[in-house]
Design a protein around this ligand. Structure first.
Ligand code: XIL
Length: 377
């Protein structure tokens, strides 16, 4: 039996669906056409999608998106697992996929504290490398990888997550061994390997004031030294209420003022109960399984789907308002089944952060996003 409350809810839901559907009916029917004059629209793709094992996923990628990012295929541990041993098999297929479909191809990433093998920082005896030796190793890696895809990968995430949440530099082994100029050096080496590639600094929580200010300081320092930084990647691992729309808006404006472009580089919206107090995307975080943290195993309640749709619509309104600054919006995954949020920070949850459901069907949030687009001419 439907009580008054659920009745009211489903009436609101029906009205929302109608609103989004009417607006979407006047808009283009694919994400890439909806925003074609504004920014490219991307998805991070996984091994099954790169290799053609996921036909349903590939059909969505090919029809909806005009940019791709490699979810894991180009990270140091995937591409350069042992000293002197590169494995480009999957990365080559990733780039070929993007070229075949005339997509804007992103390289993710060159320098990070995660998904990098331990040997990178050590000599044969197991001692930490000297600054010069690590710089030489960094340069060799960047030249080889960026050089291989010169003119094909249009944009590189050169350095990923170098900042702490308080805006200071993260004490990674890159920083400890080389010093703070490791960031500038990474950009120099990438530029030297492909002078035409766009070069990005990528991080999460940049909407938060302290971290945003840290990023602004970093970008100004790089610019003062003449380092060719083109854009900032705001990862955009969000929840239903964080960051606020105001923070999102102000952060994009602040980066725009520096003369850099913004890529929303890893967008997803977590609707599950928060597993920790902090808002973070640090991949090493692990939280124990617990049924209360996994409430929607049988499907997403309509009310939450509705909140997700409104949240996505509000965010796209902001991205569009800044379409002179925002050059790309990339979702971190294609369907909900692919999302890393099914296994992070808690293993084996059922998450609903994206625009396509587990059956590959567009959800209400998809129509809400389309409804923000300017009507087709
Ligand atoms: C994640 C991938 O989605 C997972 O498959 C992998 O196990 C861990 O990394 N920030 C980033 C991305 O920059 O590279 C991370 O991707 C998610 C957080």
């Amino acid at each position: 039996m439907m009580n008054a409350r659920t009745g009211a809810r489903s009436a609101i839901m029906a009205a929302l669906i109608a609103t989004f559907a009417v607006a979407a009916a006047q808009s283009p029917t694919t994400l890439k056409s909806a925003f074609s004059g504004d920014f490219v629209i991307g998805a991070a793709i996984n091994k099954a999608q790169i290799t053609g094992q996921d036909e349903r996923g590939d059909a969505i990628i090919e029809s909806q998106f005009n940019s791709i990012s490699p979810e894991n295929a180009l990270k140091w541990q995937s591409i350069h697992p042992l000293p002197g041993k590169f494995d480009f098999s999957l990365a080559d297929q990733y780039v070929a996929f993007g070229e075949k479909h005339h997509m804007f191809i992103v390289g993710h990433n060159l320098i990070w504290h995660n998904q990098v093998p331990a040997w990178v920082f050590r000599d044969r005896k197991g001692n930490l490398l000297t600054r010069d030796a690590l710089l030489a190793r960094m340069r060799a890696h960047i030249s080889k990888v960026v050089g291989r895809y010169k003119g094909k990968i249009q944009s590189w995430d050169v350095v990923n997550e170098a900042l702490n949440d308080d805006g200071t530099l993260r004490q990674s082994l890159w920083l400890k061994i080389i010093g703070p100029d490791y960031i500038a050096k990474a950009f120099e080496y990438a530029h030297e390997a492909d002078p035409k590639a766009q070069l990005t600094y990528n991080d999460y929580n940049l909407e938060h004031r302290a971290k945003r200010n840290g990023a602004i300081k970093l970008i100004k320092e790089l610019q003062a030294e003449g380092i060719p930084i083109t854009s900032v990647g705001m990862q955009g691992h969000m929840s239903l209420n964080q960051p606020s729309l105001k923070e999102e808006d102000e952060t994009i404006t602040a980066f725009g003022k520096l003369g850099v472009k913004v890529a929303i580089s890893e967008l997803d919206i977590d609707v599950l109960p928060k597993a920790t107090q902090q808002q973070t995307a640090e991949i090493s975080l692990k939280v124990a399984q617990n049924a209360t943290l996994n409430p929607y195993t049988e499907g997403l309640p309509a009310a939450v789907q509705q909140q997700l749709a409104v949240r996505y619509r509000n965010l796209f309104d902001i991205f569009l308002k800044h379409s002179g600054i925002v050059t790309r919006v990339t979702f971190w995954g294609v369907t909900d089944a692919d999302s890393w949020l099914n296994n992070w920070p808690v293993k084996a949850r059922t998450s609903y952060p994206l625009l396509f459901d587990r059956n590959g069907q567009p959800n209400l949030a998809f129509y809400a996003v389309l409804s923000t687009a300017k009507p087709a001419k």
